[in-house]
Write a protein that binds this ligand. Structure first.
Ligand code: NZQ
Ligand code: ZN
Length: 390
């Protein structure tokens, strides 16, 4: 393991098909007034809303509802939320939904009592709230597996006017105090969203795995998570109500991005940077933007980290070495990734998400470029990757 690091995660998880029974006790001690945040109404149709309301009533909470959080939540919606939270002086935010609802709730948490420009401070300048500033604590009831938002500090907001989608990773003070994870709550997800969440989980693991050259426990953990995810995905796409598969997917998604497997790792995150720029221009589903560009991206950077890409082929996809060169193995590993994308029905071309040739340059301009895992891209390489992904 390289580096010096702290591992600490304050989020208490309640997992299983009876997890919601813990919600009432989880809410104790967080004040009387709860802002209940949710999306476009799926929780009203699948019964999750009723479970949550029962727990809120049982504990005598006063509830203020804030609904309509859209996928890829916007700055305009954030401004509405901070006003509602502040005017009602809420003590706690309960986010019920997927990553968008939970990310949004974290943004409301830090923005509600900040008088300045929250977008500029938190997302553009990447500042953190200062000790002593008022932050509203957040809890989560997860209905879609994928982002890991239920156990991390991430919050991604889209500024539609500026055509920018930017994520901020907040510290422990903003991470959910608890998260209720009932795999059955994910059964009502449309097939496409389930697949998008599965692919998002895979790429979270890969973004951390494809960096560094030391022998690291984090990589062995990552490989185990990827193998479990691939196996469960194959069951879930054909049998979406298979509890065993869906519960594995939910648990894997949480551990894929709760900081554990990133410990000691430089990390990459360029697939996400390109994917976020695509969403900023098209409002496409997060996981699908990632599947759309990942094959071209990895083929592009593969030669800078051949050892790791060859190991990915051998360990994650069980591709026999058989005297093959690292380059051959690495390439077969990416072939396997591509075949899996098509097998589970994730987007294989970004043209299917509304990306056209005319959008390529604007998307490249909206792509934040990091030093990344094995190779720092330049703008022309981002353009090549986007073109190859069309
Ligand atoms: O709005 P509702 O009615 O809730 O419907 C949602 C939405 O239409 C629906 N859905 C969720 N659970 C459902 C359900 N429909 C039926 N039954 C259920 N049980 O699914 C749609 C997508 O939901 P959304 O929350 O947008 O999906 P996801 O969880 O993929 O979140 C995506 C957002 O998270 C950000 C993404 O950028 C994107 O904005 N991310 C957050 C991260 C983090 N916090 O660390 C990391 C990720 O890489 C990602 O960037
Ligand atoms: Zn993601």
């Amino acid at each position: 393991m390289k580096g010096n690091f702290i591992y600490s995660n304050p989020t208490r998880l309640y997992f299983g098909d009876e997890a919601q029974k813990n919600l009432a006790s989880a809410l104790e001690g967080f004040g009387k007034k709860v802002l209940l945040v949710y999306g476009g109404g799926s929780i009203r149709r699948n019964g999750v809303y009723d479970d949550v309301m029962a727990a809120l009533h049982q504990t005598g909470k006063e509830v203020v509802e804030l609904s309509g959080v859209m996928p890829n939540p916007t700055l305009a919606k954030l401004n509405e939320g901070r006003r509602v939270a502040r005017e009602n002086n809420v003590d706690f935010i309960l986010a019920v939904g997927g990553g968008s609802t939970i990310d949004y709730s974290k943004a409301v948490s830090v923005a509600a009592w900040y008088d300045g420009d929250a977008w500029d401070r938190y997302f553009v300048r990447q500042e953190d709230p200062q000790p002593g500033e008022r932050i509203i604590p957040v809890g989560a009831v997860l209905t879609m597996a994928g982002t890991g938002s239920e156990m991390n500090g991430g919050s991604v907001i889209t500024n539609q006017e500026a055509k920018l989608k930017i994520g901020k990773v907040f510290g422990e003070e903003v991470m959910p105090k608890f998260a209720v994870l009932n795999p059955r709550y994910t059964f009502s997800l449309p097939h496409r969203q389930m697949v998008a969440g599965i692919f998002d989980t895979m790429i979270h693991i890969m973004e951390q795995y494809f960096s560094g050259d030391d022998d690291s426990t984090s990589d062995y953990l990552a490989e185990g998570l990827m193998r479990s995810l691939i196996a469960s995905s194959r069951v879930a796409v054909n049998d979406p109500e298979n509890y065993e598969a869906r519960s594995n997917i939910m648990w894997t998604a949480t551990w894929a991005l709760n900081t554990l497997i990133g410990k000691g790792k430089i990390q990459d995150w360029m697939v996400h940077m390109i994917g976020q720029a695509i969403s900023a221009h098209t409002d496409a589903t997060h996981g699908m933007t990632l599947s759309g560009v990942s094959v071209a991206y990895y083929r592009h950077v593969m030669n800078y980290g051949l050892d790791r890409f060859a190991r990915f082929a051998r360990v994650v996809w069980d591709i026999p070495s058989d005297g093959k060169s690292d380059s051959q193995l690495a390439s077969e590993g990416i072939d396997a990734l591509e075949a899996w994308i098509r097998e589970i029905g994730a987007a294989a071309e970004i043209s299917s998400l509304g990306v056209t040739e005319a959008l390529i340059e604007p998307i490249a301009d909206a792509t934040i470029i990091f030093d990344a895992g094995y190779h720092r891209l330049d703008r022309s390489e981002v353009i090549e990757i986007l073109r190859e992904s069309l």
